[in-house]
Design a binder for this molecule. Structure first.
Ligand code: GRF
Length: 204
């Protein structure tokens, strides 16, 4: 499975996925390219340090679709089959979603469908939930909306700030994203409408 990872910032989920691929935890796979929409994203250098090609494809005043067309062409030129959004801060255009339908994953730092969008940790604390966590899901045309592959719950403590909660959740994000990519790449899961199920094993 050739994987492309899209980032906008520090890229810790990208590093977790790349290390899992390189150590064989996600077998028979390769991270073919890392793309950032921000030229200064710290994750670009981290990807290069791991020996992965890393490029910035910035928006340059173009429409969402024009920008996405260039990103999709870089992914295709690198033979990418599975796209992982890892802290990628732009909504994908319908063009992008169609080009890789059901082969785009995202991670979000809340238990979706609660607290979509920006500042998920602040939203969780302000609402007063006792449990938050992270969600790995397929990407469709809507924000933080596609079918859910995996979720992990994390306790919200009385004295939590967005920062302390985010530090607790990020460790679970790394585990969850690696596990979700491994299961998808191994053909262990299948989509049934909005539900992601374990693929039935048939005896030969
Ligand atoms: C993570 O919390 C992720 O869930 C969210 O953005 C953050 C990215 O962190 N979408 P990193 O760049 O992977 O370190």
């Amino acid at each position: 499975m050739k994987i492309g990872i899209l980032i906008s910032g520090r890229g810790s989920n990208m590093v977790a996925i790349t290390e899992a691929v390189q150590s064989g935890l996600i077998p028979d796979s390769e991270v073919a390219v890392v793309i950032s929409d921000k030229s200064k994203a710290a994750g670009l250098e981290k990807a290069r340090a791991l020996g992965v090609e890393a490029v910035a494809v910035t928006r340059k005043g173009r429409t969402r679709e024009e920008h996405d067309k260039e990103i999709v062409s870089v992914l295709q030129a690198n033979g990418v089959e599975l796209v992982c959004l890892a802290g990628y801060m732009r909504l994908l255009s319908p063009y992008f979603v169609k080009a890789y339908r059901n082969w785009i994953l995202n991670i979000h730092p809340s238990l979706l469908p609660s607290f979509k969008g920006l500042d998920a940790h602040e939203q969780a604390i302000e609402y007063g939930v006792k449990l938050s966590g992270c969600t790995v899901h397929f990407v469709d045309e809507h924000l933080d909306h596609g079918a859910i592959i995996l979720q992990k719950a994390v306790e919200v403590k009385d004295d939590d700030t967005a920062e302390s909660l985010s530090k607790r959740i990020i460790k679970y994000e790394h585990e969850s994203y690696v596990e979700a990519v491994r299961r998808l790449a191994a053909g262990e899961i299948e989509l049934d409408g909005r539900r992601v199920k374990n693929r039935q094993k048939h005896d030969c």
